[in-house]
Design a protein around this ligand. Structure first.
Ligand code: AR6
Length: 167
């Protein structure tokens, strides 16, 4: 069965999916934005689990349970900080999506939701980031049939319109 890709506007912490992805920083000890929202909703056990992970490099991701979240697991993905686009940002963003999808497959996820990684505090232009996100997901699901649905969870109408145009 082909994997369904869709974009919605929602608070990712409310989604009933197998895996939600966090746009984390390399310390993995919480922060603002979607990271802060995920840690508040998941409860203090998430922070404890993150402490044991020993951080994560940009372009990579690590997995924990979802604790009090409706999602079973959280993939903590560390996107690149936008520095103008010539510091390997596209590659790092791409591997971040790829790694998140691989980790989701590892826990037999059927459904996964991504926020717009790196496009908040980290300043990555949404148009460019969304193109990478959609391309990576399409490439992954064309080779790996396990996922039933991939959700791009936007937090603004503007971001949603960008994704809808691509999908
Ligand atoms: N649900 C879905 N999307 C959200 C939510 C939510 N509840 N809250 C915010 N967003 P950002 P980054 C959107 O800044 O750019 C943190 O402090 C937001 O509107 O959260 O990767 C980390 O600890 C934007 O579209 O992540 C890092 O230090 C998107 O999520 C740093 O920020 C990503 O914005 C990571 O920066």
């Amino acid at each position: 069965m082909a994997t369904k890709l869709r974009a919605i506007k929602a608070d990712i912490t409310k989604l009933q999916v197998d895996v939600i992805v966090d746009a984390a920083n390399s310390k993995l000890l919480g922060g603002g934005g979607v990271d802060g929202a995920i840690h508040s909703a998941a409860g203090p056990e998430l922070l404890e689990a993150c402490r044991a992970l020993g951080g994560c490099a940009a372009g990579n991701a690590k997995l924990t349970k979802g604790f009090l979240l409706p999602a079973k697991h959280v993939v903590h993905a560390v996107g690149p900080v936008w520095q103008g686009g010539k510091q390997n940002e596209p590659e790092l963003l791409a591997t971040c999506y790829r790694r998140a999808l691989e980790l989701a497959t590892l826990v037999d996820a059927k459904t996964i939701a991504f926020p717009c990684i790196s496009t908040g505090v980290y300043g990555y232009p949404v148009n460019q980031a969304a193109r990478i996100a959609v391309a990576q997901v399409r490439a992954y699901v064309s080779e790996n049939g396990e996922l039933e649905e991939v959700v791009f969870c936007c937090f603004s109408d503007k971001d949603l319109a960008v994704y809808e145009a691509l999908l």
